[in-house]
Design a protein around this ligand. Structure first.
Ligand code: SF4
Length: 338
């Protein structure tokens, strides 16, 4: 899908056409201009030619059907992965299911975290904002008539704050009532701790959620897991997060992958609690989906670890890990490719 020529095509049209077109593409999720029935036929034909709506993709479903992964093929034949996660309690009707879309901001990732399939596959290029948004348009079309995207997480391939301009442009577009109209509080961005990005986000008007991928409670351990992101020390990171909280008054989530024998001991928990026992901080423990190099902590270890943190007053949740079957869970995107 490419709307680059839209302004030119609509330049001789009345102003309300923009609103009409935005509604067709980003709210009604048409996949052909022929579906835009109240546009004049000649305009539909022009749009067909100058602003193609097709999105090239491959879709994979996991076994329990709670998450689906799609590979979106870009104009230059590179590809990115995006995941749709369905949350529905046992007795809830299908129509009450809620959907979270996890979207990518880069093709690959330059940070090369040692536990992450995306990082290990290398970096190709930044996505443009429309390529980020198109991932949601894809899921919007996919869910059409039986559901809608409730939440968006910028947690797919890539580090959003290393592509800040395009990331924030996409976030504002997604939030715009005239386009995708998804509330800022339903948008979350996860960073490996890129401090300039945290500072910039604190100054944005958009009140979206911030998550920090921490994964270790001291610099030497973090350097082994996240060698490039560790260019920013943990103490500087904490200062940046404190400033962010002072400015925005919003809670910040610290993501912590549970890796067997690496960061899951009682000592690790105590060190983490000492670091994160601060106002508006909370921890999300993430069961690790093995990508070859490390092993996952057992469910009992994760529960015990949570207990240690909570005993020290740190609010802690355990993430339900969807999508392991299709390599769509955290740190697994790009494990298998086309
Ligand atoms: S964990 Fe995130 S920041 Fe690290 S390599 Fe993977 S995608 Fe990049």
């Amino acid at each position: 899908m490419n709307l680059e020529n839209l302004s030119e095509v609509l330049s001789s049209e009345p102003k309300y056409r923009f609103q009409q077109v935005n509604k067709f593409v980003f709210q009604d999720f048409i996949s052909s201009w022929q579906e835009a029935s109240n546009l004049p036929k000649a305009l539909r034909e022009k749009l067909d030619f100058a602003c193609p709506l097709d999105i090239d993709y491959e879709l994979v479903k996991d076994q329990d059907r709670n998450s689906q992964k799609a590979l979106i093929i870009l104009g230059d034949n590179e590809s990115v992965e995006t995941v749709l996660i369905k949350q529905k309690a046992g007795k809830q009707a299908e129509s009450e299911a809620r959907y979270t879309a996890c979207i990518s901001t880069q093709v690959g990732c330059p940070l090369a975290c040692t536990f992450c399939a995306t990082g290990l596959a290398g970096f190709k290029r930044n996505l443009e904002s429309f390529e980020i948004v198109n991932q949601l348009v894809f899921w919007g079309r996919h869910l059409k008539n039986h559901g809608k995207i409730d939440n968006v997480v910028f947690m797919g391939m890539g580090e959003p704050f290393l592509n800040y301009e395009e990331f924030i442009k996409a976030a504002k577009f997604i939030n715009n009532p005239e386009t995708l109209n998804i509330g800022a509080r339903r948008l979350s961005v996860s960073t490996a701790g890129i401090i300039p990005g945290i500072k910039r986000l604190a100054g944005e008007k958009i009140q979206m959620n911030l998550a920090i991928s921490l994964h270790a409670a001291n610099d030497s351990k973090r350097r082994k897991l996240m060698p490039k992101a560790s260019k920013y020390t943990i103490s500087d990171l904490i200062k940046a997060v404190d400033n962010y909280i002072n400015k925005t008054g919003r809670r910040v989530m610290f993501e912590y992958l549970m890796i067997k024998g690496v960061n899951d001991s009682e000592e690790d928990a105590n060190e983490l609690a000492a670091l994160l026992h601060r106002p508006l901080y909370f921890v999300n423990l993430i069961p690790y989906n093995e990508t070859g190099r490390y092993q996952a902590s057992s469910p009992d270890t994760i529960k015990r670890f949570r207990g240690y943190l909570e005993d020290k007053g740190v609010p802690t949740t355990i993430r339900l890990s969807f999508g392991a079957d299709i390599n769509a869970a955290c740190g697994q995107l790009h494990q298998k490719n086309r």
